[in-house]
Design a protein around this ligand. Structure first.
Ligand code: ZN
Length: 380
């Protein structure tokens, strides 16, 4: 078994699939014009994609004299991808067709003890994958070492710092596994739903009660750094007392963005979403939290200089909170940046981590540079 940097499909086939996904059915001749590939090259790639079950032909259209044109389109009825998401205390899995529509429901299983996490994921994958599964997307919180096929340091595995993915690769039975951090899975979904021709640099920031994650896309490509993981904005520390984070530190942004932190400041014990929904600027504990979060976010924006910041959170449904937070971030940016950085809110993004993991598998099919962290099955 080897970790691979090979794309899932040849680059020209990825290109053909991307064009068909965004433009709908096209004839081989139209594909030749759109993809700027020779007609023969298009013909042989399309034949391979048809044979694999990734494309299908539609009824021929009469088009003046000569042979009628046969449009080809993404086959959403034969193959699917499976997304598996490893979360603290839970594993989720679901199937998506090749255009990202959910097939059936999201399956989930609780994880009673963290040491069982990979075992539970294995069971769920065995249940959801079948002969029509083309690729599996696996997302996890924390870091993944794809060379050693291990999950390192994850909030899902607080006591068991390292978990081998070997058994999961075995259950995938000959299929490849696109393994990534959960923030990159979210970024994969955002990219495909909002931004099919990426030209911008984007920072995604996920905010929930006790969770703060981020991902950086540079011209549509995730930043991998030295290890597969999200960008650790959540574990950027500020000089403030918080509960101790699972990473071992105190003052992490992820601990500040929490109902525990508000309690520590003297606020009523309520879920953070409740505090956010009631926010009108008069709650000193919330003002303190927003001030600290805006320091961390503004430093990130100053450092990265992205075109766009996407706040992924149910909190963005509440304007007074969101506007105050974004206003506080902007007030701390360099002026030249503040005028140019766009903020985008996405409240639906993180509804199902299993679904996002499925979008990760799709990203690895359509965008060759997303297939960096692919685990191959054993030879033979
Ligand atoms: Zn931390």
């Amino acid at each position: 078994m080897l970790s691979s940097k090979q794309p899932v499909l040849p680059l020209q086939q990825c290109k053909i699939l991307r064009i068909l996904r965004s433009e709908g059915p096209l004839s081989r001749w139209q594909l030749h014009l759109r993809a700027k590939l020779r007609p023969n090259t298009v013909g042989s790639h399309v034949a391979e994609l048809l044979q694999q079950g990734l494309l299908r032909e539609q009824p021929a259209e009469a088009n003046g004299p000569g042979r009628p044109r046969v449009p080809v389109t993404i086959d959403t009825g034969t193959l699917h991808v499976v997304g598996v998401a490893i979360r603290p205390g839970q594993v989720e899995a679901c199937r998506l067709n090749l255009c990202g529509q959910m097939l059936g429901k999201v399956h989930s299983l609780p994880v009673a003890t963290p040491t069982d996490t990979v075992c539970v994921a294995k069971r769920l994958l065995g249940k959801v994958a079948n002969d029509q599964t083309y690729l599996v997307g696996l997302s996890t919180t924390g870091f993944v070492d794809t060379a050693a096929r291990r999950i390192l340091l994850s909030s899902a595995l607080p006591d068991e710092n390292v978990a081998s993915l070997d058994s999961l690769i075995d259950v995938a039975g000959g299929r490849r596994l696109a393994v990534e951090n959960d923030m990159h899975a979210l970024a994969a979904r955002w990219l495909q739903e909002h931004h099919r021709q990426p030209t911008e640099d984007v920072v995604l920031v996920y905010l929930e009660d006790g969770q703060l994650g981020s991902a950086l896309l540079v011209r549509g490509e995730p930043n991998w750094g030295c290890l597969v993981g999200g960008n650790e904005l959540g574990h950027t520390t500020l000089p403030v007392e918080t509960d101790r984070c699972y990473c071992g530190n105190v003052g992490c942004m992820e601990r500040i963005c929490s109902s525990e932190f508000l309690c520590r400041q003297g606020a009523q014990r309520l879920p953070l979403l409740e505090h956010v929904s009631r926010f009108d600027g008069s709650q000193p504990e919330m003002n303190r939290m927003i001030e600290l979060l805006s320091i961390g976010l503004a430093n990130c924006v100053n450092f990265v200089r992205p075109h766009r910041v996407v706040l992924v959170s149910p909190f963005t449904r509440f304007n007074p909170f969101t506007e105050t937070l974004v206003g506080a971030v902007r007030s701390r940016l360099m002026r030249a940046l503040s005028d140019r950085v766009a903020f985008h809110y996405w409240d639906q993004g993180a509804n199902s981590p299993g679904e996002a993991a499925g979008w990760l598998a799709l990203a690895a099919i359509y965008y060759p540079h997303w297939a960096k962290a692919i685990l191959e099955p054993a030879e033979g």
